[in-house]
Unconditional design. Structure first.
Lengths: 170, 636
């Protein structure tokens, strides 16, 4: 879950930097401090509010996005670490086969209650389905353990991942 | 004793605990509350909401293109109420779901007040029970006016017309007019005096397991919660309150915080400090860089030990009698005796969406974006904090990322308004998770003490004392009568057992310093204790009881025969079907079928669970239904 690329050595973390990110296949330009977590870039600078703030310390999973297809917690990921990487958010995940399957299964099985955590749940599930097309319970446990749901939709999340994997209709 | 009598009386009409609330309020709220059928007296809604549309009541707007807007009096926080409410309205209106848009209601107790409270409150698990009839009347009244308009145009008897999917059809000639085509003409029709409701056998939506209307936007990031409000030139703020309840700000050294790029302002109030910045990251870093000396005040010396000591001492005293049946002294004098006490800790609600409110305060007005269970109270409290008349405060409600009772309090909005007084332009105030947990309005500590006696395998005496906060005394003072908080004793007085000598007392005991508030669900403090005590006291536990949960124990208990169905909780977990309600719409067929026979409702008069017996029909497709703020053009 940690950024896979170290911060540039001589970067003045707090100074504003002109940056460009590729998010859901689109180039986005903006100014931000190098140490600003991607979550706040998405939400407060780019207005992409589908990615949620839940805890700010990578403990709840609500802020999960994909960097080069891997799920990461954007609330602790400095934006300077993800330049020139492919970023996918909940707004764009439906364009991938695994994401579309997860979204469909989520709706077929009525997984969602309040929905606030579900952006992150779907991002984690889509990454799992892309890397492990037929996950078993332990795969699901391992991939989804970091995503908390206060409404308690876990049982349906598991069922939806299995349905998305099997391709069966409800 | 009055309370006990009220409870007994309620059972006759199939209404449970919370009807006691209206009883406790001298029966005034239900009578005082009514839904005006015309839109003409909607005081705080701007004309653009209804102008040029058929707006027969507070809940329905149909424009000439047929676009049908249904206004949601209760808020969606995951419980599915936007779907249920829209289904009931659409059912009696015979609306076409493909043309429906849902809208959050603006603050207005008169139009959208929950009949149980007389206030715009979503809570107490009562949305469908409370709104079932008002919503059906609203839908049916509107449909009648549309039919009248069509019949007038065709010069035919309205009885010769039928409605379906947003159209009126003349049976004999097959002529059709859509609701959109009729919108203007229907506006000048006289509202019907006697509203004819559908026969439940004709329901097309109610009783069907439709897909939820709010969820399609929740899988692709489009759903907008309060925390997602975005406004041009908005600033972002986060805050710290004194770690000790009631403490004040002492000295603030903001030298380091001011140097952080993006930090625009430090707001120091008597009880909190906020940092305003260009984004949450700047605000958060700024807050961390502040050096704050708190004046912690006298509560700094209170510990958990003190809280429990006070509570235990209070629970040793006699309480106010909430219910007494038979002779408790006699009942406790015979048989084998069990004494048990149960202590429940403070709990933070911890909604997934951290507390937040966005405020744009101007000299003569205030606009707010947030998600709340009490939108009219938020408006009133914000007006007080802003020093403005109530009608100068606009509140845009949103989807809630969880409520659980936390958003039955207005404190987060009041704090945001106070901060906004020192900010030019709109400011979004977001609590960090740490502040959200540390400054909750907690589920109180409770102590439940139970003395029970067993004779021949049956409970013959049951003395139950509940000790804890009276939240209603603070939150809805008229409901706190005769020293009894009916919310605190709810599940204690309203259980499933026939016990010959049954006695419940309540002791009000407010914990020192710690603010206490509602917890999700009903009887949250004493749903556990009675079944656990009865289970513990059971001489030979039946093998079938595996789950220690209250519901399982209650459902399978054979010690005492269950009383009439109207006093039961639904053990099968049909959350929308519980208690004596004729709210058939949200009752799932599966849960009704899997419930024990005594839970299934008899098909008599209004205590009828329609879905349990109606045959399956083809399920109408649920389209993705957009949800808009009532002033979405401004909020966008």
């Amino acid at each position: 879950m940690s950024p896979t690329r170290p911060l540039p050595a001589a970067v003045e973390l707090e100074a504003l930097m002109a940056m460009m990110l590729t998010i859901n296949g689109e180039a986005k330009s903006f100014d931000a401090p190098a140490d600003m977590p991607l979550l706040w870039v998405l939400r407060d600078i780019l207005g992409m509010t589908g990615t949620k703030f839940g805890c700010g310390i990578a403990q709840c999973g609500a802020c999960t996005v994909h960097i080069d297809g891997k799920p990461v917690r954007s609330c602790v990921l400095p934006v300077s670490a993800v330049r020139d990487r492919a970023i996918t958010t909940i707004e764009g995940i439906g364009a991938s086969p695994a994401g579309a399957k997860a979204q469909k299964a989520w709706l077929d099985l009525e997984v969602i209650q309040c929905g606030y955590c579900q952006s992150g749940q779907i991002m984690s599930a889509a990454a799992l389905l892309a890397s492990t097309p037929s996950p078993d319970d332990s795969d699901i446990d391992a991939a989804m353990a970091g995503n908390i749901c206060r409404c308690g939709t876990y049982v349906r999340i598991r069922a939806a991942i299995k349905q998305a994997a099997s391709g069966k209709q409800s | 004793m009055t309370i006990a009598k009220d409870i007994a009386a309620e059972k006759t009409d199939g209404v449970s605990r919370r009807a006691l609330l209206t009883g406790g309020l001298a029966g005034g709220f239900l009578l005082a509350f009514h839904l005006p059928l015309r839109a003409g007296n909607e005081p705080v809604q701007p004309p653009d909401v209804t102008e040029g549309k058929f707006a027969p009541n507070a809940f329905i707007r149909i424009d000439p293109a047929g676009k049908t807007t249904l206004v949601m009096p209760q808020v969606e926080m995951g419980q599915g109420v936007y779907t249920a409410v829209a289904m009931i309205l659409a059912e009696e209106l015979d609306a076409d779901l493909a043309q429906v848009t849902l809208q959050h209601a603006p603050p207005n107790d008169k139009l959208y007040g929950n009949p149980t409270f007389g206030l715009q409150v979503t809570g107490n698990s009562n949305s469908i029970r409370a709104f079932w009839k008002p919503l059906r009347n609203a839908g049916a009244g509107a449909r009648t006016m549309l039919v009248q308009a069509a019949a007038q145009q065709w010069q035919v008897d309205p009885a010769s017309c039928r409605t379906s999917k947003g159209e009126v059809t003349h049976r004999e000639t097959g002529r059709k007019l859509s609701y959109g085509q009729l919108a203007i003409a229907a506006s000048s029709q006289t509202p019907p005096k006697d509203i004819a409701l559908k026969d439940p056998k004709d329901f097309v939506y109610v009783g069907q397991p439709l897909k939820r209307f709010d969820t399609p936007d929740k899988v692709n990031g489009k759903a907008v919660y309060g925390i997602d409000a975005m406004l041009p030139d908005m600033k972002f703020a986060t805050l710290a309150s004194c770690p000790v309840f009631g403490g004040k700000v002492g000295k603030v050294d903001d030298g380091a915080a001011k140097k952080i790029p993006g930090v625009r302002k430090i707001v120091v109030l008597d009880d909190l400090v906020a940092v305003v910045g260009d984004h949450m990251w700047a605000a958060k870093k700024g807050l961390e860089a502040l050096k704050i000396d708190w004046d912690e005040g006298p509560n700094a010396r209170i510990s958990s030990k003190d809280v429990w000591q006070d509570l235990r001492a209070a629970s040793e005293k006699d309480g106010v009698v909430a219910k007494s049946v038979g002779d408790i002294a006699k009942g406790l004098a015979s048989g084998d005796r069990l004494d048990a006490s149960y202590e429940l800790p403070f709990l933070a609600h911890a909604t997934m969406e951290p507390l937040n409110a966005t405020v744009h305060l101007k000299p003569d007005s205030c606009e707010i974006w947030t998600g709340t269970q009490i939108v009219s109270r938020v408006q009133a409290e914000a007006a007080k904090a802003a020093g403005l008349p109530v009608d100068k405060v606009v509140v845009n409600n949103h989807l809630l990322g969880g409520g659980f009772g936390r958003k039955l309090e207005p404190d987060m909005v009041v704090a945001a308004v106070r901060i906004a007084k020192q900010v030019d332009g709109p400011v979004k105030v977001v609590w960090t998770r740490e502040e959200d947990i540390q400054h909750d309005v907690y589920r109180p500590v409770y102590r439940d003490t139970i003395a029970a006696t067993l004779s021949d395998g049956k409970i013959v005496g049951w003395k139950y004392r509940v000790t804890g906060s009276a939240i209603l005394a603070r939150w809805l003072p008229p409901a706190f009568q005769k020293g009894i908080d009916i919310d605190a004793i709810d599940s204690a007085v309203d259980g499933p057992y026939d016990i010959p000598n049954f006695h419940v007392e309540y002791v009000r005991a407010e914990p020192p310093a710690v603010p206490t508030g509602f917890w999700r669900g009903v009887g949250p403090n004493n749903m556990f204790s009675p079944p656990n005590a009865s289970w513990t006291s059971w001489p030979a536990r039946p093998a079938r009881i595996r789950s220690p949960s209250a519901a399982a124990c209650w459902a399978k208990t054979r010690v005492c025969s269950p009383r009439s169905i109207t006093s039961q909780r639904n053990p099968a977990g049909a959350s929308n079907c519980r208690r004596g309600s004729d709210a058939a719409s949200a009752c799932s067929r599966r849960s009704a079928a899997s419930s024990p026979p005594w839970w299934r409702r008899k098909s008599t008069n209004k205590a009828k669970c329609i879905c349990a017996g109606s045959p399956p029909r083809s399920i109408p497709a649920s389209p993705s239904i957009p949800i808009r703020s009532w002033r979405s053009s401004k909020a966008a």
